[in-house]
Ligand binder design. Structure first.
Ligand code: ZN
Length: 463
């Protein structure tokens, strides 16, 4: 006996078709019109869309930052992800200075295993790269299925590495098949602007944005791409937020360079104006890069439509206002950076992208599932509705109305950036490796059922 999804429209990146989907065990066994019921458990998908589960390649669950820890752990965070139609995520393990990548991976495996309700993997954050670290990178790619590395051009003294370190890491990926993901902001310039603002007595949350100008992101993005070009390897820019940075990616792609980038819903739907909310409310939106002036949103949407941006992730990194964001009441630079979003990615992008006619349904699937899977070595196991792929499926009702906010959402944080926003289109069922985990707005999955995904090499060169 299997599970049979009947009468739906199967939506893949490559096209849509009316078809039933038969799941046997953890895999998709058949995709065809009118599969006979036999003794299968039936999921009625009449008038619904049957799409590959969302893949969020940028989350920070249970992450220490700025003297506190992100508010969702691997249980609460993955349950929230599941509610939102996401069935796999790639989080970040952090190799702190003086520690090995092996140690970092072990630590993050402990955080996730036994807790995650959907499948997960890790990128490795590299904060230094002595000679031994180069060998560590090879081991991660070859033996551990950790095939991507994140480096920071920002946060001096914490995460930032210099250009030589970046160049070394990039060159090594050319040998071991890994992919470098870059946080591209000019940390030196930003640090100086922050110190200057504080000296002038500028303490409010909005100064977080005013000290991190779009040019600082554009400059670093251009530099990162140039370093990758010199190393002869692809590069992936994370959480791209501004027209300035997008221009650098577009120019590189026009030259035929393998430069890729993701953006996040917050940069498509929120803006600098949110920092001007009364009192300390602007702290809700303190993240890096910061929200930009509203006009950047249109530029980013065009980038998504024209494939200058290939992926939408969330950078989910929630901190409560009470006890966490509050750390920066008298100093914007002490507000923990990050915001919740793991649950609202598909609904927001469907509502604001597909319904508004900015992207097609197939492009929506491509941006939120298929290309993330290809970019990070999970395809075709994940990211497509196809025979032999994992049965990670979201049965999506394009007409279902949802009011986003604390009452309806499941992230473990005391505010929501989209409070009161009404969206149309939301998951009806979510299936993870063959098991229904969300049904009728209830979580029916199992703590610890999520598995660590050993990833293969990036398929970036095919994109
Ligand atoms: Zn991040």
């Amino acid at each position: 006996m299997g599970t049979l999804i009947k009468n739906g429209t199967v939506v893949n990146a490559t096209g849509s078709q009316r078809a039933d989907v038969l799941i046997q065990g953890e895999k998709i066994a058949q995709v065809a019109a009118n599969i006979s019921n036999d003794s299968h458990q039936i999921v009625d998908a009449t008038n619904l869309l049957v799409m590959p589960g969302g893949i969020d390649v940028h989350t920070h669950l249970d992450m220490p930052f700025g003297g506190t820890t992100s508010a969702d752990d691997f249980e609460t965070g993955t349950i929230a992800a599941a509610f939102g139609g996401t069935t796999s995520l790639v989080d970040f393990a952090i190799q702190y200075r003086g520690q090995t990548m092996r140690h970092a991976l072990d630590e993050w495996m402990k955080k996730a295993s036994g807790k995650a309700v959907i499948d997960y993997s890790f990128h490795m954050i590299v904060t230094e790269l002595p000679d031994a670290g180069l060998g560590d990178m090879d081991v991660m790619v070859r033996d551990e299925g950790v095939t991507s590395f994140k480096l920071f051009m920002a946060y001096p003294g914490v995460f930032m590495v210099d250009d030589a370190t970046i160049f070394r890491a990039l060159r090594r990926t050319g040998e071991n098949g890994g992919l470098v993901c870059m946080h591209a902001e000019n940390g030196g310039v930003i640090d100086l602007l922050v110190q200057e603002a504080l000296r002038k007595g500028h303490k409010a949350p909005k100064y977080h944005a005013l000290t991190r100008p779009p040019r600082a992101e554009g400059e670093a993005t251009g530099r990162a791409i140039a370093l990758a070009e010199m190393a002869g390897v692809p590069i992936y820019i994370v959480h791209l937020s501004s027209a300035d940075a997008l221009q650098k990616v577009r120019e590189a792609r026009d030259m035929g360079l393998p430069a890729f980038a993701e953006t996040c819903p917050q940069y498509l739907f929120l803006s600098y104006d949110n920092y001007e909310e009364p009192g300390f409310d602007g702290a809700k939106y303190v993240m890096s890069p910061p929200l930009r002036e509203k006009w950047h949103q249109d530029v980013l949407w065009k980038g998504l439509a024209k494939d200058d941006l290939q992926v939408i992730s969330t950078d989910h990194c929630p901190f409560c206002m009470a006890g966490q964001k509050e750390l920066g009441t008298d100093d914007f630079s002490k507000i923990p950076n990050g915001a919740p979003g793991i649950e609202t990615r598909l609904t927001l992008v469907h509502n604001g992208g597909v319904r508004q006619g900015r992207i097609s349904l197939n492009r929506f699937v491509e941006l939120c599932s298929t290309t993330p899977a290809k970019m990070f070595g999970l395809f075709p196991r994940k990211g497509t509705i196809a025979v032999g792929s994992d049965a990670d499926i979201v049965v999506f009702d394009p007409e279902k109305q949802q009011t986003l906010g604390l009452k309806t959402l499941h992230m473990r944080v005391d505010y929501n950036p989209y409070e009161g926003t009404v969206v149309r289109g939301a998951p009806s069922y979510v299936i993870s490796r063959g098991a229904v985990i969300i049904e009728n707005d209830r979580f029916v999955g199992t703590r610890g059922a999520g598995q660590f995904l050993k990833r293969g090499p990036s398929l970036a060169s095919t994109l």
